[in-house]
Design a protein around this ligand. Structure first.
Ligand SMILES: Cc1cc2nc3c(=O)[nH]c(=O)nc-3n(C[C@H](O)[C@H](O)[C@H](O)COP(=O)(O)OP(=O)(O)OC[C@H]3O[C@@H](n4cnc5c(N)ncnc54)[C@H](O)[C@@H]3O)c2cc1C
Length: 365
C-alpha cells in the first residue's frame, strides 16, 4: 500500500446513507434508519426560520372553508400519534399532545357550513355544547364548534432534542452541503471524504434549486406567523377564527397564523401581515396580548399537493423526501417510514407520493 492510499483509506468515512437536511423530513428519515441499525450522516446548515422551525405543529383532520377531511387522515392520525409518542419516549420529551380546535365561526355562512357537515355525518366535526363558555375570553357572534381529535407535534422541542442526539452519536455534520463536491456513481455516491450507498435529499425549500430534482413541480408557499404572550388564555385547546391561535410549549406563549401566499417577492416578514393579524386579534380577544416575534418561512409545497418520495429514476443512488407542503408534521413521519421500508424491505412507495410519477420530467435532469 502506498502512503497516499493508506491516508485516503483511513480518512474515508463509509456509511449506508447520507441525508441532507434535518427538518422534519430529515429527522424522521434518520430516526427510522437508526431504528433499523443503519449507518448514516445528516448534513444540516441550520438555516433560521425553516418551516420545520416555525410551524405550529398542528395535525388537523379537516381543512379549508368547506371543512373537508384531509388526505389520508384516518391513517395518519393513529400513525403520527404512535410515531411522535415513540420518539418522545426515546428522547425523554413530550413530543405530541392532543389539543382540539375550538372553531369560532366568523360569519353566519361558516356556521351553516359547519352545521351542514355535522348533518352529513362528517368525521372529526362536533357541535360544542357550552356556547357561552368562552365569552370572557373572545368576541364571537356566530357561535363555535369543535374539531376533534387534533394533535400538536412539539417541533420546537423535537428538532433540537434529535439534533443533540445526532451530535452525540457523531451522526451530524453542521455545514452547508455543496453540490460541486458530490460524485454520483451507479451504486454509490462520494461527497468529500464520505462514501455512501445513497444520498437522500430532505432539503425543503432548497430543493427548488437541487440539480437532481429542481424540475419537479414544486409550488413554493410563503407563510407568516406572529408569536404573542397572552397571560390567562388556557393552553389546552387551539382557537380558530379564520386564523389559528395555538399554544406553544412555553407558558403563556401562543402561535398565531398563518398566511398562505403563492406570489411573493422575498422571504421577509411583512408589515401588512403583522398589522392585519394584530387588528384581527384586537377585535377577537377580550384579554390583553403582547406580540413578541414575527417570522416568515417558505413551505416546500407542490402543485398537486402530494409529496415527493423515493429515488431518482435515472440516478438510483439519489433519493428525495420533500414536498411536504402545509402538512409536514403528519406526512414527514409517515413517508419517512415508507421510504425506509422501501429501501430495506422493497415495499412500494404510495404511487401518489412516489417521485417516479415524474420520470419523464426527471429524464431531463
Ligand atoms: C408558517 C408555517 C406554519 C406551518 N404549520 C404547520 C402545521 O401546523 N402543521 C403541519 O403539518 N405543517 C405545518 N407547516 C408545514 C411544515 O412546516 C413543512 O411541511 C415541513 O416543516 C417541511 O419540513 P422539511 O424537513 O421537508 O423541510 P425544512 O423544514 O425546510 O428543512 C430542510 C432542512 O434542510 C436544511 N438544508 C437545506 N439546504 C441545505 C444545504 N445545502 N446544506 C445543508 N443543509 C441544508 C435546512 O437548514 C433545514 O434544516 C407550516 C409551515 C409554515 C411555513
Amino acid at each position: 500500500m502506498t502512503t497516499e492510499f493508506i491516508a485516503l483509506y483511513f480518512c474515508n468515512m463509509y456509511i449506508d446513507y447520507l441525508i441532507i437536511g434535518q427538518g422534519l423530513s430529515g429527522t424522521w428519515l434518520s430516526w427510522y434508519l437508526q431504528k433499523e441499525n443503519r449507518s448514516f450522516l445528516v448534513i444540516d446548515n441550520n438555516q433560521g426560520n425553516t418551516p420545520s422551525k416555525i410551524a405550529a405543529g398542528i395535525i388537523n383532520p379537516v381543512t379549508g372553508r368547506r371543512i373537508v377531511t384531509t388526505w389520508m387522515i384516518d391513517e395518519l392520525l393513529p400513525f403520527t400519534w404512535h410515531a411522535y409518542s415513540e420518539i418522545g419516549h426515546a428522547l425523554d420529551i413530550t413530543a405530541i399532545s392532543q389539543k382540539n380546535i375550538i372553531d369560532f365561526f366568523p360569519t353566519a355562512q361558516m356556521l351553516d357550513a359547519f352545521r351542514k357537515r355535522i348533518e352529513e355525518g362528517a368525521d372529526y366535526i362536533h357541535s360544542y355544547p357550552e356556547q357561552n363558555h368562552f365569552n370572557h375570553l373572545f368576541n364571537y357572534d356566530f357561535g363555535c364548534g369543535e374539531i376533534r381529535p387534533v394533535y400538536t407535534a412539539h417541533t420546537e422541542i423535537i428538532l433540537p432534542a434529535w439534533r443533540t442526539q445526532l451530535r452525540k452519536s457523531g451522526s451530524l455534520s453542521e455545514e452547508n452541503f455543496e453540490f460541486n463536491q458530490l460524485v454520483i456513481k451507479e451504486d454509490k455516491i462520494h461527497y468529500k471524504e464520505i462514501t455512501a450507498d445513497k444520498i437522500i435529499f430532505c432539503d425543503g425549500a432548497s430543493g427548488f434549486d437541487n440539480p437532481y430534482f429542481r424540475l419537479l413541480p414544486f409550488a413554493p408557499n410563503k407563510g407568516e406567523v406572529l408569536i404573542a404572550e397572552i397571560p390567562g388564555l388556557p393552553d389546552h385547546t387551539i382557537y380558530k377564527k379564520g386564523i389559528l391561535l395555538a399554544p406553544l410549549a412555553e407558558k403563556n406563549l401562543f402561535w398565531i397564523g398563518s398566511s398562505y401566499e403563492w406570489d411573493f417577492t422575498d422571504i421577509q416578514p411583512t408589515k401588512k401581515f403583522r398589522d392585519t393579524t394584530e387588528q384581527i386579534l384586537k377585535s377577537w380577544l377580550k384579554i390583553p396580548f403582547k406580540i413578541t416575534d414575527h417570522k416568515a418561512g417558505i413551505r416546500p409545497a407542490t402543485l398537486e399537493r402530494r409529496p415527493f418520495v423515493g429515488f431518482h429514476p435515472f440516478h438510483k443512488s439519489v433519493g428525495i423526501l420533500n414536498g411536504m407542503g402545509t402538512k409536514g408534521c403528519s406526512l414527514a413521519p409517515y413517508f419517512a417510514k415508507q421510504l425506509v421500508d422501501h429501501l430495506l424491505h422493497q415495499s412500494p412507495v404510495l404511487p401518489e407520493a412516489d417521485v417516479n410519477r415524474f420520470h419523464k420530467i426527471l429524464a431531463r435532469s
